[in-house]
Each structure stands twice: as structure tokens, then as C-alpha cells.
Write a protein that binds this ligand. Structure first.
Ligand code: GDP
Ligand code: MG
Length: 299
């Protein structure tokens, strides 16, 4: 009897903002690889999540949501990053909300026309569908839109039907050795993760447009036997935003620093000393040069 060949490949997760791409990846990996918030455009980078199994290694590619209103340079980079993930993918997961189809979903579908890899449609958030018969209609409409290799209703949050997805995926990957070490879960560094966790807390705490106008840069990251010391700069686009992020008597910044520090400490298992500064860089999100300096580029 011949042994099953080892398989390894890239599974790009694409869709408009907020459909649950990062949630899906975190649920499958069983750990927080990507930050998640109720606000759209939370994911700004391509982030790899490596799922090493007995007979396969599935490399999930989390992407920023493809969106319209791509006014600023950062939005263009985000869209380009997501579009580029389609090029290298061995499998594409096209994620939508089962309850909603929008013009932005239509835009993503348009981009799939040039994809040669198999595309699986994931109709997410089925836990929100009432009555359940509506799902049949959503599936029928979806099947008419594209020649999908498979269509699966899922709930990334409740882990519904993900076992079905994980049964299908390995067989669609090429025969290949593992591309990453077994114990590597992501391609991103510890300081990138720290910046993301701080940005998650900022996004959860701040209202309206403020989260979209800020970014976090780790200026110092030192780890030794005593713990981790981190200095982070929160860049905002305008002076008025600085006041909002700092808050009255520094209360907003204090709260954000505390919750970020607690999460980082829990994850690292060592004490974390975190210092935060808020600085203004006029319109950084619309400057290609600033964006590059702050770690934004499309791979
Ligand atoms: P992304 O922008 O596509 O990466 O979406 P996120 O993973 O950041 O999720 C956006 C929001 O949708 C968050 O508030 C998630 O908690 C929520 N969400 C994701 N999956 C599900 C799901 O299966 N059911 C419900 N009800 N909410 C979900
Ligand atoms: Mg995301």
C-alpha cells in the first residue's frame, strides 16, 4: 500500500471587509493570529497562518477586505495586497455573509474571473439567518454567480461546518513538502503582533473615523529574562485626533495601554512593560513614503 503524499499550499481568504475572514482563520488555527473587531478594514496586511497537520500543511493567507472608496494610498495598498494574494493561491476561499450580498461582494467576484485556482464560496454568519430557509435561497443565488468548486454555509464564530471545509482543503493542495517549520504559526514577528494588538484595542475603544486614521509603530522591543519592554508610537493624521486618543487626563490611552499589556502578558507568559506615545504625522495614510516607513506595502 502506498503512503498518502504530503500536501502543502496556499489558501487565500478573500472577501469584502467584515465578512469574517480573520475570525475564520483564528478559529481554524485555534489561536489569535489576526486581530478582529466589529469594524470594517481591521486587517490591513497580508498575514500568513500556518496550520501544520499530519499529512498536510495548509498556509492560510489572511487579507485586507477588498473595498470601494479606495481614496487614500493606504486603501489602494490594502486592495492591492488582497488582489495579489489571489495570484499565488492554490485555493481561494471567497467569503461572504450568508445574509447579505453587496456591490463590494460583486467587485470581489469580478476579480475571481481571472483566477485559475479552485474557488470555494463560504457563506458565513449562518447563525444570523432566520428563518433557516433563507439559506437555501442564498445558496441558489450564489451558485448562479460563478463556477465554484464548492459552496459551504458556515459560521466561523460558532465553528459550524468548518470540519467539512477542513476535509475538502487538503485534497486541493499540491503535493509538496512543508514550507514552514511545524512549530511556526505565522510569518509575522512578535513586534508586529504587539502593534496589531495595540491597534485592536484602539479600534475597539475609539469611535467613528478615528481608528481608520491611526497606525501603531513599535519603536523598541526588548525581551530578556525579566520580561518584555516595548515602546510604541500611535501615529494619527491630525492634531484633533491626538486629543481623542489621549483622552481627558490621559484616561483613554491608559485604558488602551492596560488592556493591550494584559493580553500581551497573557500571551508571552512574562511581565510586559508597555509605553505608548501619540504623535501626529499629517496625512500619513495618504503618503506612499510614510506608508512604506510604517510597514505598509503590497507583497
Ligand atoms: P474580516 O474583516 O473579514 O476579517 O472580519 P472579522 O473576522 O474581523 O469579523 C468582523 C465581525 O464579524 C466581527 O465582529 C466578528 O466577530 C463577526 N463575525 C465573524 N464571523 C462571524 C459568524 O460566524 N457569526 C457572527 N454572528 N459574527 C461573525
Ligand atoms: Mg480581517
Amino acid at each position: 500500500m502506498s503512503e498518502k503524499p504530503f500536501r502543502c499550499g496556499f489558501v487565500a481568504v478573500v472577501g469584502r471587509p467584515n465578512v469574517g475572514k480573520s475570525t475564520l482563520i483564528n478559529t481554524i488555527l485555534g489561536r489569535k493570529i489576526s486581530i478582529v473587531t466589529p469594524k470594517p478594514q481591521t486587517t490591513r496586511h497580508r498575514i500568513l497562518a500556518v496550520d501544520s497537520r499530519q499529512d498536510c500543511q495548509i498556509i492560510f493567507v489572511d487579507t485586507p477586505g477588498l473595498h470601494r472608496k479606495a481614496g487614500k494610498a493606504m486603501n489602494r495598498i490594502m486592495n492591492r495586497t488582497a488582489a495579489n494574494a489571489l495570484i499565488d493561491a492554490d485555493v481561494v476561499l471567497f467569503m461572504t455573509e450568508a445574509t447579505r450580498w453587496t456591490v463590494e461582494d460583486q467587485d470581489v467576484l469580478q476579480r475571481l474571473q481571472s483566477v485559475t485556482a479552485p474557488v470555494i464560496a463560504l457563506l458565513n454568519k449562518t447563525d444570523k439567518i432566520h428563518p433557516k430557509e433563507m439559506l437555501l435561497q442564498a445558496l441558489a443565488e450564489m451558485s448562479a454567480r460563478y463556477e465554484f468548486a464548492e459552496m459551504l454555509p458556515i459560521s466561523a464564530k460558532r465553528e459550524d461546518n468548518l470540519d467539512k471545509l477542513m476535509q475538502i482543503l487538503p485534497g486541493l493542495l499540491p503535493e509538496s513538502e512543508a514550507l514552514f517549520p511545524q512549530d511556526m504559526f505565522t510569518d509575522r514577528s512578535k513586534s508586529f503582533r504587539a502593534a496589531e494588538i495595540i491597534r485592536e484595542k484602539l479600534t475597539l475603544s475609539l469611535q467613528q473615523e478615528v481608528p481608520y486614521g491611526l497606525t501603531v509603530q513599535i519603536e523598541r522591543y526588548v525581551e530578556d529574562a525579566a520580561g518584555i519592554e516595548m515602546h510604541a508610537i500611535i501615529w494619527v493624521e491630525r492634531n484633533s485626533q491626538k486629543g481623542i486618543v489621549v483622552g481627558k487626563g490621559g484616561n483613554v490611552l491608559k485604558k488602551i495601554g492596560r488592556s493591550a499589556r494584559l493580553e500581551l502578558k497573557a500571551e508571552a507568559g512574562v511581565p510586559v512593560h508597555l509605553e505608548l506615545w501619540v504623535k501626529v504625522k499629517d496625512n500619513w495614510a495618504d503618503s506612499e513614503k510614510d506608508l512604506l516607513r510604517l510597514g505598509y506595502d503590497s507583497p
